[in-house]
Design a protein around this ligand. Structure first.
Ligand code: HEC
Length: 180
């Protein structure tokens, strides 16, 4: 008998709890802090930290999500030689010849020409001189990338116009032009 009463009470409790819940209002929350966290303004105050600031300086050696890896080679002759010897195109199977060609067409053709022979429109109009034929130079992945990053003599840097991935697509296209 006791068991029956116990079951009835249990059932009644379940009915009471479930039937009272209104889908549109929030029901009882255990550990509300987990669901409704206290948020801080980025540059607001926070007594938790020694300097009283909510914003944190990122841990050393970390990169923000989506940020590019820093380019470690310096803009010197030595940096150029080091990049030329060591840096390799990381894209491998992700090389997309169509994209490389299109990007090259936007950023490089004006001086270097479609075929990379150094006869772009700006050269024909004598706005730029000394643009080489790629085939006449000994070029490696690293050295092409380095020149895109920093420029060289009359050629300006293109680092701010291109993402890391785009630069490497172009590097692959320059090789393509050299080999054909
Ligand atoms: C405004 C004209 C101009 C544009 C645009 C330009 N270049 Fe150049 N580029 C030059 C000139 C001039 C040189 C010769 C630099 C030298 O060796 O004195 C050169 C040299 C090079 C070299 C040879 C570097 C070496 O180590 O000998 C490469 C590779 C190159 N450019 C790639 C590119 C790529 C890739 C782009 C597009 C992202 C590009 N250039 C855009 C003018 C340009």
């Amino acid at each position: 008998m006791k068991k029956v009463i116990k079951n009835i009470v249990l059932l009644a409790m379940v009915v009471v709890f479930t039937s009272c819940s209104d889908k549109r209002t929030r029901s009882v929350q255990y550990m509300p802090d987990m669901y409704v966290p206290v948020s801080y303004e980025t540059y607001g105050e926070n007594a938790m930290y020694e300097n009283g600031m909510a914003s944190r300086i990122p841990a050393e050696g970390t990169l923000a999500r989506g940020a590019e890896f820093p380019y470690d080679y310096e803009n010197t002759q030595e940096g150029y030689e080091l990049a030329k010897a060591n840096l390799k195109n990381p894209l491998d199977s992700l090389i997309d010849p169509k994209r490389g060609k299109a990007l090259y067409g936007i950023y490089c053709t004006s001086c270097h020409g479609d075929k990379g022979a150094g006869q772009g429109e700006l050269v024909k109009r004598e706005k730029f001189l000394g643009v080489p034929n790629y085939k006449d130079r000994d070029l490696t992945d690293g050295n092409i990338y380095h020149v895109i990053m920093y420029g060289k003599n009359l050629m300006g840097s293109h680092s701010s116009q291109l993402t890391e991935e785009e630069r490497w697509q172009i590097v692959a296209h320059v090789h393509e032009l050299r080999n054909n």
